[in-house]
Design a protein around this ligand. Structure first.
Ligand SMILES: *Cc1c(COP(=O)(O)O)cnc(C)c1O
Length: 382
């Protein structure tokens, strides 16, 4: 079976994890700040806070931005459910903005239209969660203008996009984002098995995120609210969680970050190979922003319609090729329908979701395996 995505594990990765197992610290040790420094250094971010998943990172990001009951958080339907769920964990209301037909990321025109309507009804969002779908940056120039006009905060869900750039700046260091979130799940660009990270230029948000990942507890004598009783003293200053990443995971993550340029180069070369080979087939290849460089987490192609997508999916699955659909529109999940969303609410996301199929793409995919995918695909489209 050729999966749609999978990890690449080297001898160095194995050695890094083994070294932790033989050390004094399996968790809360030195591998965690090492991983944070490696990612912050790579993307050029001021602060990095590692947690045990991107889902946790999104939850912590919302909490650090004071999202709570009565808050409004907007995101897109074309994402993993976690981009919306983070707001619900905090008791906030979720709204959606449709996607763009070309980039499959947030449609800045639809965002503007909805913001104007929301201002007229005094229901502006507090936070927007943008999603760098498939590894490609959103239109952050347009989003920055709207952010300045309407005053929302921005969480950039860059779970797909570590190593991507927008206008020559690495994702994770864009000034427009209050907090950027990465995922280190095994199908993503780099992995720590499970893991996530928040990146921010704001030291208060970073401190808040650090407390929230560990029960809301503060141990730094400089930051105590009450009298310091001695070396044993700590304070729970907010309601946080145990979202800590282990040193085993962080050591794997740090070792993977050292390999990221190779991962990205390989993904981009395979994407170019798909681009060339697929130009002869009757399907829509992914579009690339001219002012951004994708990390190519995914390679989604658009088929003619839902019926053809089903046919191609079955054919490729039967041929041992693990194609996948990214994503079922979040607003059509039963949980969100129960909140009042319905088919037709976000027509472009629904149009896209009916005909998209992600082809296998990962650093260890061989050209021979990719050729097998291409052969099965052209066979299915005959
Ligand atoms: C994978 C993913 C997440 C969740 O990541 P985990 O690390 O598995 O919690 C969130 N948002 C998007 C867009 C993702 O692709």
């Amino acid at each position: 079976m050729i999966p749609y995505g999978r990890q690449s594990i080297s001898h160095e990765d194995l050695a890094a994890v083994e070294a932790v197992l033989r050390s004094d610290w399996l968790t809360q040790g030195p591998a965690v700040p090492r991983f944070e420094a490696a990612v912050a250094g790579y993307v050029g971010a001021q602060h990095a806070v590692a947690v045990n998943s991107a889902t946790s990172a999104l939850h912590v990001a919302c909490a650090a931005l004071s999202v709570g009951p009565g808050s409004r958080v907007w995101t897109v339907p074309n994402t993993f459910v976690a981009s919306a769920n983070c707001a619900r964990y905090c008791g906030a209301d979720v709204g959606f903005v449709d996607i763009d037909r070309q980039s499959y990321c947030i449609d800045a025109h639809d965002l503007e239209r909805r913001l104007r309507a929301a201002r007229a009804s005094s229901s502006l969002p507090d936070v927007l969660v943008s999603v760098d779908f498939a590894g490609q940056a959103c239109d952050y120039e347009a989003i920055a203008k709207l952010k300045a006009e309407f005053g929302f905060r921005l969480i950039e869900d860059a779970s797909h996009a570590i190593g991507a750039t927008f206008r020559d700046q690495r994702i994770g260091a864009l000034a427009v984002a209050d907090i950027t979130v990465f995922s280190f799940h095994p199908v993503k660009i780099v992995t720590s098995a499970e893991g996530g990270m928040l990146l921010t230029a704001d030291s208060d948000l970073a401190e808040s995120a650090r407390r929230l990942r560990s029960h809301g507890i503060e141990r730094d004598p400089q930051r105590l609210l009450q009298k310091d009783e001695g070396g044993w003293y700590y304070e729970q200053q907010a309601l946080g969680w145990n979202y800590r990443i282990t040193d085993l995971q962080a050591a794997l993550g740090a070792s993977q970050v050292a390999r990221i340029d190779g991962f990205l180069e390989r993904r981009r070369a395979l994407a170019r190979r798909y681009d060339e080979a697929l130009s002869a087939l009757p399907l829509q290849r992914p579009w690339q922003r001219p002012d951004a460089l994708s990390a190519y987490h995914l390679y989604p192609v658009l088929l003619r319609d839902a019926a053809q997508r089903r046919l191609v999916y079955e054919h490729l699955r039967d041929a041992g090729i693990g194609v996948q659909v990214h994503y079922l529109p979040v607003h059509l999940q039963p949980y969100y329908r129960a909140l009042g969303f319905a088919p037709g609410d976000f027509p472009v996301a629904e149009w896209y979701a009916e005909r998209t199929l992600s082809l296998p793409l990962y650093a260890d995919l061989t050209e021979a395996a990719q050729d097998r995918v291409l052969a099965a695909l052209s066979e299915a489209l005959k």
